[in-house]
Design a binder for this molecule. Structure first.
Ligand code: ARG
Length: 458
C-alpha cells in the first residue's frame, strides 16, 4: 500500500509484529458497514462518481458474502482487516477500489469500526443483564417468605428472607445496566471523517455518515477522535464491575452448595462430576465465573496501561486495544448466561436455610430491640443484657427462646413472657419493615416494582 516510499519490503519479524488480522478480523462486519456508509457519502457529495460508488458498494457486499461463507483470510502482508478488505475489493472490482480510501485513513476507520463493535457489545451485555434481572426477580418473588440467616463477616447476623438476598443482586445488575447505558450514550458519536488526524480537505458530510451508522452525531475534534479509546475503557469499566458482581453471586452459590451449608442444589446442567469421587457434584460454572471476573478486570487494566501516556494522535500501541476488549466481551456474555441459568435452575433448600437461621442466635438483636421498646432500656444497656442471655444459652447449648422466663428474669427482671414471640425468626424479619428492609411486605413490594420496571406482567 505504500510501495512508492519504500525501497525494500518488511522483514518477517516486522510483518509478524505488525499484523493485527489474526484478531481484528472480528471487526469485518463493522468494517464493511462503515466503508459502505463512507462510499455512499463520497458518491452523494460528488467526491467519487456515483457509478464508481455503486460499483464499490456492490463489491463490498460481495466481499462480505465471501467472509460470511469462508471466513476472513489471514495474510500478514495485508496487516489488518482494513487492508485485507480493500485488497480483496480491488481484486473484485479493479482499480476503482482505490477511490474508497478518499478522505479517510485507517486511523478514523479503525476508530469507527471498533466503536461500532463495542456498541454492539454493550447491547449484548444489556440483553444479558436483562435476562439475569428477570431470573432474579422471578426467584425473589417465589421466596418472599423463605427465611435464611443473613451474614456479616460470614457469621450469622440476623435472619433475612431469600427474596431480599436475591434482590440485592438485582440492584447490582440495575446499576450495571445504568453504567452500560451511560457508556453507550457517551460513545455514540462517529469519528469517521477525522481522517489521519487533522480532518480532510474533501467536502465530506460527516453528519451523513454518522447517521448512516446510527450514531447521534460526528465527534468534534479530529485529533481526539483518532486517539480516543475511552469508549472501550468505559465498556471495560462497566464489564469489570458487572463481572465483579457476578463473581460475588457465584461465590454465594459456591458456599451455599457446599455440604455444611446445603442451602442450594445447583442445576446438573451447570455442574460437573469428579473422575475419581463418585459422590461429587462440583459448582464449576460458578467457580469459572468467579475466575473469569479476574480476567475481565485484567482486560480493563491492560487497556488502561496501553493508553496511559500516549501523546496525540494515533500510535501503533493502540492496535493492542482490541484483544482485551474481545476477550472480556466473550467472557462477560458467558458469565451472564451461566449465572442466569444458575439462578433460574437453583433448587433452594428452605428447610436447611430455616434450620441455619435458628442457629447462631440470629435473633439476639430482636431481644435487645424488645428491651428498648417494651422496657424503655437504652440500646447500649439492652445490648449488654442480651449478651448475657446469649452467653447463658450458649453455655446450656440451647436457642435464646429456649431459655426459661426465670432464667431470663435472673439476667434482667424487666423481661416478661411477651418477649418469646419476638424471638422467632418470622417475627424478626417481619419487624424489619423500614424502607429497603427484609420484611416480607417490603420485599414483595420491591419485587412488584422490579417486575414493573422489567415490563413483566402481573
Ligand atoms: N490495524 C491498525 C489498528 O488496529 C489500524 C490503524 C493503522 N494506522 C496506521 N497509521 N498504521 O490500530
Amino acid at each position: 500500500m505504500w510501495g512508492g516510499r519504500f525501497a525494500e519490503g518488511p522483514s518477517s519479524i516486522m510483518r509478524e509484529i505488525n499484523a493485527s488480522i489474526p484478531f481484528d478480523k472480528a471487526l469485518w462486519r463493522q468494517d464493511i458497514r462503515a466503508s459502505k456508509a463512507h462510499v455512499a457519502m463520497l458518491g452523494a457529495q460528488g467526491i467519487v462518481a456515483p457509478e464508481d460508488a455503486a460499483t464499490i458498494s456492490a463489491g463490498l457486499d460481495q466481499v462480505a458474502a465471501e467472509y460470511a461463507q469462508n471466513g476472513v483470510p489471514e495474510n500478514w502482508d495485508l496487516e489488518d482487516i482494513h487492508m485485507t478488505t480493500e485488497s480483496r475489493l480491488a481484486e473484485l472490482v479493479g482499480p476503482v477500489a482505490g477511490r474508497l480510501h478518499t478522505a479517510r485513513s485507517r486511523n478514523d476507520q479503525v476508530a469507527t469500526d471498533f466503536r461500532l463493535w463495542v456498541r454492539d457489545a454493550v447491547d449484548e451485555a444489556l440483553a444479558g443483564l436483562n435476562a439475569l434481572q428477570k431470573a432474579l426477580v422471578q426467584r425473589a418473588g417465589e421466596h418472599v417468605n423463605t427465611i435464611l440467616p443473613g451474614f456479616t463477616h460470614l457469621q450469622t447476623a440476623q435472619p433475612v428472607v431469600l427474596g431480599h438476598h436475591l434482590l440485592a443482586y438485582y440492584e447490582m445488575a440495575a446499576r450495571d445496566v445504568s453504567r452500560f447505558a451511560d457508556a453507550r450514550a457517551r460513545m455514540n458519536q462517529c469519528p469517521l471523517g477525522s481522517a489521519a488526524l487533522a480532518g480532510t480537505g474533501f467536502p465530506i458530510d460527516r453528519f451523513a455518515t454518522a447517521s448512516a451508522l446510527d450514531f447521534d452525531r460526528p465527534t468534534d475534534n479530529s485529533l481526539d477522535s483518532v486517539s480516543d479509546r475511552d469508549f472501550a475503557l468505559d465498556y471495560l469499566m462497566a464489564a469489570a464491575q458487572c463481572a465483579l458482581h457476578l463473581s460475588r453471586l457465584a461465590e454465594e452459590f459456591i458456599i451455599w452448595a457446599s455440604q455444611p451449608f446445603g442451602f442450594v442444589t445447583l442445576p446438573d446442567s451447570l455442574s460437573t462430576g469428579s473422575s475419581i469421587m463418585p459422590q461429587k457434584k462440583n459448582p464449576d460454572a460458578a467457580e469459572l465465573v468467579r475466575g473469569h471476573a479476574g480476567r475481565i478486570i485484567g482486560a480493563l487494566t491492560s487497556l488502561m496501561i496501553t493508553m496511559k501516556g500516549l501523546p496525540l494522535a494515533y500510535s501503533k500501541d493502540m492496535q493492542d486495544d482490541k484483544p482485551p476488549v474481545f476477550e472480556a466481551a466473550g467472557l462477560l456474555t458467558l458469565c451472564l448466561a451461566a449465572m442466569t441459568g444458575m439462578v433460574e435452575g437453583a433448587y433452594f433448600r428452605q428447610d436447611r436455610m430455616r434450620a441455619a437461621a435458628e442457629l447462631g442466635y440470629a435473633t439476639a438483636t430482636d431481644l435487645a430491640d424488645w428491651l428498648v421498646r417494651q422496657a424503655n432500656i437504652p440500646f447500649r444497656e439492652a445490648h449488654h443484657i442480651t449478651g448475657a442471655a446469649v452467653k447463658l444459652a450458649e453455655r446450656k447449648g440451647v436457642a435464646l427462646d429456649q431459655l426459661s422466663l426465670e432464667e431470663l428474669q435472673a439476667i434482667d427482671s424487666r423481661i416478661d413472657e411477651r418477649v418469646f414471640p419476638a424471638l422467632s425468626v418470622e417475627a424478626s424479619v417481619a419487624s424489619r419493615a423500614s424502607h429497603g428492609g427484609t420484611a416480607p411486605v417490603q420485599v414483595a413490594q420491591r419485587v412488584a416494582q422490579a417486575r414493573a420496571a422489567l415490563g413483566l406482567v402481573g
